[in-house]
Design a protein around this ligand. Structure first.
Ligand code: ZN
Ligand code: MN
Length: 483
């Protein structure tokens, strides 16, 4: 059976670096404010109010288009996209469109991703500027089981970029890596802090085995995107296997339950009744502006990966993973400069740190606070001076990230190499070599082992677990005895 998977994404990113909304002077810091306090007649869509375009939003959009190698339109055209939903106060969204002679701010372009060593190119179809809608809060935390909904318009009118890909992604994992990479590009450009709740939301179109595509709405993070798509692949393949029909429909990702459910029937394109917004005449986008922004583009993830691989000698693969998260990469560079040993640090961050951050369910910034440069340096220092083994170093990282405990404290609690078997084995062998008579006695009479245990405990200054020492000695003696 043909089980090919095709995934295309429509990503909405808030330009969180802006101070004000896209068409009014309301503050963008809606997350901290009580509901419906960040609003004015414009973002509430009251009759008689007129939108005024935020110039900084255009500059940020141009920077993103340049970074994705998209072609930038010579003029900015806004349209009204009509639909009726409680979070949309005007009953239309000011957006952009790519048909009927209209044009979005940019089209084309691509993002290269490295998925577990495999290089893939994901084509970008278009980039729109548009306004965000308000937010609907459900008393039961989700749409399921809630008897009513509450609307907060603080978010209405926040500047969004809508970035749409071609259906070039073939696995849920690729979709996750793409979204992480896109987020990292946006962070390097200082367009968005994608770790903020709701700052980057993806809608995914997925078709399995040549069947109609299903759209999954409003997925809040790369990790959830992978989970939601894995769920959908399994769900759709099951339907195909049992001879059922996959409906072309819109589904909702229920994060708490790890499932998708069918949701509102989506409008057909014609029902949006797109037309140019008469309140916003076309604005030319000057070549000088584009060139000025191009000149001031910062170092982007791909460039940075190449530099890091060379400068720190960590290899292309490690570098490509580090740059997926700007903050992680900054942390890597800072810590490598302070503590040295970039290869060890990159391996700790990629192989251990990310895994435990995931496990703890915290974001990378909170994880970095728990495994700060100071703490990382201490660990590298302990490891380099032989105080802890690599196995114990990993254990320290786990505890630091999960429990926010610093390495000094762990050491003072006795979690050192001496608690570890391989190190104890070395000491046991030493004691056995130094006490041939006691070894001979112990092989004859198991009770004599206590003397050897005592010698090992002495060497560890009492810091080892005597039961473990006993076990190791017995194991060793039986090996000796059988020779
Ligand atoms: Zn406003
Ligand atoms: Mn949109």
């Amino acid at each position: 059976m043909d089980s090919d998977v095709l995934i295309g994404l429509e990503v909405h990113v808030q330009i969180t670096s802006l101070k004000t909304k896209l068409f009014c002077r309301c503050s963008c810091s809606y997350r901290e404010n009580p509901p419906n306090t960040n609003v004015c007649p414009i973002c509430l869509g009251l009759p008689g109010s007129l939108p005024v375009l935020n110039k900084r939003a255009i500059e940020k959009a141009v920077a993103v288009a340049l970074a994705l190698n998209s072609s930038i339109s010579d003029k900015l055209l806004f349209v009204r996209k009509h639909y009726f939903y409680p979070d949309l106060p005007k009953n239309y969204q000011i957006s952009q469109y790519d048909r009927y002679g209209l044009t979005p701010i940019a089209t084309g372009g691509s993002v290269a991703i490295d998925v577990d060593g495999l290089n893939r190119v994901v084509r970008i179809r278009r980039i729109n500027i548009e306004e965000d809608a308000g937010r609907i809060a459900y008393p039961e935390k989700s749409i399921l089981g809630s008897r009513y909904a509450l609307v907060d318009y603080n978010r209405a009118g926040i500047a969004l970029l809508e970035i749409v890909t071609e259906p070039d992604l073939r696995t849920p994992r690729e979709a996750r890596v793409f979204l992480e990479k896109l987020g990292s590009i946006l962070e390097h450009l200082e367009v968005a802090d994608t770790s903020l709740e709701g700052a980057m939301r993806a809608d995914a179109n997925i078709s399995v085995a040549g069947r109609p595509r299903v759209e999954i709405k409003n997925i809040g993070s790369p990790k959830d995107l992978e989970k939601a798509l894995n769920y959908e692949v399994a769900r759709q393949l099951n339907i195909v296997k049992s001879g059922g029909v996959i409906e072309r429909e819109t589904r909702h990702w229920i994060k708490e339950r790890g499932i998708t459910v069918a949701s509102r029937v989506k409008e057909l394109e014609g029902e949006y009744r797109y037309f140019p917004d008469p309140d916003l005449p076309p604005v030319p986008i000057g070549r000088e502006l584009i060139e000025a922004i191009a000149r001031s583009l910062p170092e982007l993830p791909d460039q940075r990966a190449r530099r890091i691989a060379k400068e720190y000698g960590v290899g292309d693969y490690m570098a490509s993973v580090l740059v997926l998260h700007k903050k992680l990469c900054d942390h890597f560079e800072n810590s490598s400069k302070v503590c040295g040993n970039p290869r060890l640090i990159s391996s700790i961050l990629i192989n251990e740190f990310l895994r435990w951050v995931d496990e703890a369910g915290i974001d990378i910034s909170s994880g970095i606070a728990r495994l700060s440069t100071d703490r990382l340096c201490k660990l590298v220092q302990y490891f380099e001076s032989g105080l802890i083994s690599i196995k114990l170093l990993k254990e320290y990282v786990r505890i630091a990230v999960l429990e926010d405990i610093n390495p000094e404290e762990l050491r003072s609690k006795g979690l050192t190499t001496l608690g570890e078997e391989s190190e104890l084995e070395r000491l046991v062998d030493e004691v056995l070599r130094e006490n041939p008579k006691a070894v001979a006695d112990s092989i004859r009479d198991p009770k004599a082992v206590n003397f050897l245990v005592g010698q090992v405990m002495k060497k560890t200054r009492g810091r080892a677990d005597p039961k473990l020492v006993n076990e190791i000695i017995k194991r060793r003696l039986s090996e000796y005895g059988s020779k």
